[in-house]
Write a protein that binds this ligand. Structure first.
Ligand code: GDL
Length: 446
């Protein structure tokens, strides 16, 4: 049975109950069928995985599961014991079974045992017993399967490996031969998550998935981090579901997206995934994206009147995909480069064109502060503040250049002062090491 839907599986503040209900509404309306609850920062998910929920949390979770079921969706619960589990310890096994039983009692449709983002250590005794980390982890999941099914016939058990993408396997994470050992040891009915060639995969090909399926001895379930933004606080990902051919759907046992931490910014991720899953024949991510963006537009009403569709395209192109800006943002960047650095006879033309577009986008960022949907504004606020600051500086720089006769760029801004602008420890560390397009870093000599 193919699973399609959403993973609440990122780092950072978990969604609120109201946001989860809104996610369920969207999923039901758009034909997505599965929600996996596993926010990294629910303490009971990872840090204190042995401790059952208290009465108040149980009531909240039970109501959430009911709300999910009321929309006809499947509710899976994820638990991540890998930070400190002792694989061979019967008490740890019992703790895990007790957690599973508590969640099954309140109605979950399946349990996901997640071993991602943990040290790939295993103690000597466990290694001697199972021969590998993969063998030990598979044994934990295999032991759960009959218990889960005895409690809830038909419930699913899913598994996230410690190396969960091609790059990790190539680096030997989890130990040599991890995937093959897992494929051989894990019960055939247990589904396995996989994120593609990378943790955040710009592209995922059919050949890649077929190779992983062979090694795992089952088609994986794609845990897609394309729209996740928890690894970079300055960005949100509003682009289309892209970089996956339609034929990929036939190579996997499901596709679940783990999107932006801020739920109000996940409309495009969920909507374009749902369009991809239903597409016939060809998949044009940009066309699907433009259609989805039109659906999202009504959410952008401000107290000062509506945002135009074309404005929203420009804004969303600045927050597109992890490895790709949208075309309007690329055009703006190219124009900004010419406006500041071109030395040909036409630099003034470029500078004037750049001023128009940059000013428009800067002012749009300002106008968004009066969005009527305040949670949407709050989710965007810090990011568009950042963008606005940079656009404001760009406008000042271009204006300063236009005021010269020789086109040099050297100016000061009273609104971009040393230390308060681009200051702080993280920003200063960023300036110390410069990364080049091939990935290598060199030291920036001051
Ligand atoms: C990860 C984490 C996930 C996180 C994502 C993006 C998996 C299986 N685990 O490695 O929780 O949100 O990267 O940062 O993807």
């Amino acid at each position: 049975m193919f699973l399609s839907g959403v993973i609440e599986g990122f780092y950072g503040p978990p969604w609120t109950t109201a946001e989860r209900h809104a996610a369920f509404d969207q999923m039901a309306a758009w034909g997505l069928d599965t929600y996996l609850y596993c926010p990294k920062d629910d303490l009971h998910h990872r840090a204190i995985w042995r401790e059952p929920y208290g009465a108040a949390d149980v009531a909240t979770m039970a109501a959430l599961i009911e709300a999910c079921h009321a929309r006809g969706l499947r509710f899976l619960y994820g638990i991540g014991p890998g930070l400190d589990i002792r694989y061979g310890d019967p008490a740890d096994r019992e703790a895990l079974h007790a957690r599973a039983a508590q969640m099954l009692t309140i109605g979950i449709d399946g349990l996901a045992v997640l071993f991602d983002d943990i040290p790939d250590r295993i103690d000597e005794r466990d290694l001697a017993r199972w021969g590998s980390l993969a063998g030990a982890q598979a044994d934990v999941a295999n032991e759960l399967l009959p218990r889960v099914r005895a409690h809830t016939p038909g419930a699913r058990v899913l598994f996230c490996p410690t190396p969960y993408c091609g790059r990790m396997v190539a680096a030997g994470h989890g130990g040599a031969g991890y995937l093959d050992a897992l494929g051989a040891a894990l019960h055939q009915d247990i589904g396995v998550f996989w994120t593609g060639p990378d943790i955040v995969s710009a592209e995922i090909g059919v050949d890649h998935m077929q190779d992983i399926a062979r090694r795992l001895r089952r088609p994986p379930i794609l845990w897609d981090n394309l729209h996740a933004n928890d690894y970079d606080g300055r960005r949100v990902l509003l682009g289309p579901y892209a970089g996956r051919p339609l034929a990929l759907r036939d190579e996997v046992a499901g596709i679940l997206t783990n999107p932006n931490t801020e739920f109000p910014l996940d409309f495009m991720a969920l909507r374009t995934l749902s369009l991809y899953l239903r597409a016939d024949g060809t998949w044009d991510p940009r066309a699907a994206w433009l259609a989805a963006l039109r659906e999202w537009l009504p959410s952008f009403e401000t107290v000062g009147g509506p945002i135009e569709f074309d404005d929203l395209v420009l804004l969303a192109d600045c927050y597109y995909l992890p490895c790709e800006e949208g075309p309007r943002a690329e055009a703006l960047l190219a124009r900004a480069h010419l406006a500041l650095a071109d030395t040909s006879a036409s630099w003034r033309e470029h500078a004037t064109a750049c001023l128009g577009e940059a000013t428009r986008l800067r002012d749009l960022c300002g106008r968004l502060a009066t969005l009527k949907q305040r949670p949407l504004f709050h989710a965007l606020s810090r990011r568009i503040w950042d963008l606005r600051e940079e656009l404001d500086l760009l406008v000042r720089a271009v204006e300063a250049r236009l005021a010269t006769t020789d086109g040099t760029v050297a100016f000061r801004s009273d609104f971009h002062l040393p230390r308060t602008y681009r200051g702080g420890t993280a920003a200063r560390l960023q300036r110390l090491l410069t990364q080049h397009p091939d990935g290598t870093f060199t030291v920036q000599v001051p």
